[in-house]
Design a protein around this ligand. Structure first.
Ligand SMILES: C[S@@+](CC[C@H](N)C(=O)[O-])C[C@H]1O[C@@H](n2cnc3c(N)ncnc32)[C@H](O)[C@@H]1O
Length: 273
């Protein structure tokens, strides 16, 4: 079980994400970015892979894009389906692992938004997912996913953190209307490139007394851009574009210093050969 498999995480996900990205928002304009991609590449159908609670999927559907959703977490799918129903949208939201997902339909665009790919914890699973998603696309179809270049000073800090070494992350109001504080303890293994640890949710009543504590595990893998080029090639894709975040700026493929200049959110546009 990982963080998003828990009902309490899925049900509160939109609430705490809103607070998380209030100040430090790598994701500003992400919905518009994916809508532009869907308009450019999605005429043959779109699938939002690792759709979570539907932030991209529902936005696309509301803008007239024919899109399915899928996520390994049944709880995240349930929340997405409930939100779709409330909006009067009739969508296929299929609980499935992206390494084996197959809806029986082929798509011209598959989107893995906001770090979904980083939740594949091994290179073996990354390869399996890319090969499977290749097969879910029509020839010439596009797969987009994002990575963050691993940054050694941050990893060095995380290597000194134990999975119980909590740091305060944010405070928000949960679904029950109670204040809740979130703490993270994330460590890094440079050999597996895995980040792992726990999120701790501490819930308070109106008198400020602690009334509950939940600990939820998290496992992710960091991927170097050099690996992504090889993985793409291995799995039958060419690299069409790499965007620097969601504002439309692109990487310069001829710049050998690029990784040192920009190490944030890389959005890969991969084309099925
Ligand atoms: C950081 S959330 C992003 C959710 C959504 N894309 C968004 O933008 O809000 C990552 C999601 O990846 C899903 N996930 C993790 N591993 C997966 C897998 N192997 N196959 C499909 N979904 C997966 C999790 O359940 C979670 O909902």
């Amino acid at each position: 079980m990982d963080l998003h498999d828990f009902a309490d995480v899925a049900e509160n996900y939109d609430r705490y994400l809103e607070v998380m990205y209030e100040h430090d928002d790598h994701h500003e304009h992400f919905q518009e970015f994916y809508l532009d991609l869907a308009k450019r590449y999605g005429s043959g159908g779109v699938v939002d892979v690792a759709c979570g609670t539907g932030a991209v999927l529902l936005y696309l559907a509301q803008h007239g894009i024919n899109a399915d959703g899928t996520d390994i977490s049944e709880e995240m799918c349930k929340v997405a389906a409930k939100k779709a129903e409330a909006l009067g949208l009739h969508l296929n939201i299929i609980p499935a692992d992206m390494t084996v997902f197959d809806s029986g339909r082929k798509y011209s665009l598959a989107i893995i938004a906001r770090s979904g790919f980083m939740h594949l914890p091994t290179q073996f699973l990354q390869e399996k997912a890319l090969k499977n998603l290749h097969d879910q696309l029509v020839p010439g179809g596009i797969l987009t996913l994002n990575t963050f270049d691993p940054w050694p000073p941050v990893q060095a800090q995380q290597m000194l953190t134990t999975p119980e070494d909590y740091t305060f992350r944010l405070e928000y109001t949960n679904l029950s209307g109670n204040r809740e504080k979130i703490y993270n303890a994330i460590t890094y293994n440079p050999y597996t490139q895995q980040m792992y640890g726990n999120w701790k949710f501490v819930e308070y009543n109106s008198r400020g007394e602690v009334i509950g504590e939940r600990i939820r595990p998290l496992l992710m893998r960091q991927t170097y851009r050099s690996e992504m080029f090889l993985l793409a090639k291995l799995c039958g894709f060419t690299v069409e574009d790499i965007y620097r975040g969601y504002n439309g700026d692109k990487e310069d493929p001829g710049d050998p210093e690029s990784a040192a200049k920009y190490r944030e959110n890389l959005i890969w546009i991969l084309k099925r050969v």
